[in-house]
Design a protein around this ligand. Sequence first.
Ligand SMILES: O=C(O)c1ccccc1NCC(=O)[C@H](O)[C@H](O)COP(=O)(O)O
Length: 209
Amino acid sequence: MARVKLCGITTASDRDAAVAAGADALGFISEVSVDTHRELLPEDAAALVASTPPFVTTTLVTMPDSPAAGADLVARVRPDVVQVHGLSPADIETLAAAVDARVVAAVGADEPDVVAYADGADALLVDTPATDGGGGTGETHDWARTRSVVEDLDTPVVLAGGLTPANVGEAVASVDPYAVDVASGVEGPDGRKDDAAMRAFVAGARGAV
Ligand SMILES: O=C(O)c1ccccc1NCC(=O)[C@H](O)[C@H](O)COP(=O)(O)O
């Protein structure tokens, strides 16, 4: 059964609703070089991480300039997992050696050498990135290609990009990922997390609908 990460949580009430919806993991976005309504100050991310209940995995999502900058932010936020966008495979290995957290490498579905990221990371998140390297685009990609990555690697693969309550069941069946991840697909038109959509997404990922 695919695990579920709900990403871009910005408030305690959205965090509590995501936990009640059954999320396995939550994403808190901080220190990214793109403009996103999901970004938190490090101290706010740290407060949300610290008050998340046990048995829910906290994930810091960030775009560090360097492994050292990423490690510094992890030390401040203290998540279970850090998801990094924009670092090279070598820099991901350096970061992983420097932090007391699991490391998820975010890679574009069109990345020609996805496998190069697998050695240094605890998991790969295969996403549909924007041209500026950020995530949260709400765009799907070629799931057949990501299925091949799942089949070729022992490293856990997280499927992201344009997932919604309506398509997540088909996505899980098509790709057989370790986990699925969503940001925009569980938000309303105002960009706030939608409680019913989060519940429907988790149910859809687990084949309950
Ligand atoms: O969501 C953002 O705004 C974001 C900005 C910069 C770096 C990463 C970002 N999101 C990371 C995620 O893990 C998203 O959940 C993932 O890209 C999927 O987003 P969506 O297509 O909106 O479901």
